[in-house]
Design a protein around this ligand. Structure first.
Ligand code: FES
Ligand code: FES
Length: 158
């Protein structure tokens, strides 16, 4: 049976009907047509599907549609509307953090969640924040560098 859920997504309010057992990633991609969130492993291990729920980075392949009810959700589509997100996106491109791009939305969301709560993280803290996000292309150095640059730019503006 369908269930009505209400949530905030990328700063807009939504009320939609879902199959409560459906996965959040499918609601985002198939029902709401937000295809920036990627599916890799489907079992919580690659981080490609990472979104931010109530300020925390979460793998959306492990969240049910019912668990979206009442939450404040940010996906990669909403990032450019935020100051931290737009700086992160610019730095990822500028400092070579994007190769095939499959991991990029999830990486950006994990970095965004980190900078939301800690505007001056160390490289170690950045490394920890993206530990659940796998990248097959970059070797991670450019990603860490890009997040550091974004941190510095964000701090300089604050
Ligand atoms: S697709 Fe969700 S963690 Fe890999
Ligand atoms: S850029 Fe290809 S998986 Fe990260």
């Amino acid at each position: 049976m369908k269930k009505e859920i209400t949530f905030r997504l990328n700063r807009k309010d939504y009320t939609i009907e879902v199959d409560p057992g459906a996965r959040m990633i499918d609601v985002l991609r198939d029902q709401l047509n937000l295809r920036g969130t990627k599916e890799g492993c489907g079992v919580g291990e690659c981080g490609a599907c990472t979104v931010v729920i109530d300020g925390k980075a979460v793998t959306s392949c492990l969240v049910s549609a019912a668990q979206m009810d009442g939450r404040d959700i940010m996906t990669v589509e909403g990032l450019s509307e935020t100051e931290i997100g737009s700086i992160l996106q610019k730095c990822f491109i500028q400092y070579g953090a994007v190769q095939c791009g499959y991991c990029t939305p999830g990486m950006l969301m994990s970095a965004y969640a980190l900078l939301l709560h800690n505007d001056n993280p160390t490289r170690e803290e950045i490394r920890d924040a993206i530990a659940g996000n796998l990248c097959r292309c970059t070797g991670y150095v450019q990603i860490l560098d890009s997040i550091e640059k974004a941190r510095d730019e964000y701090l300089a503006k604050a």
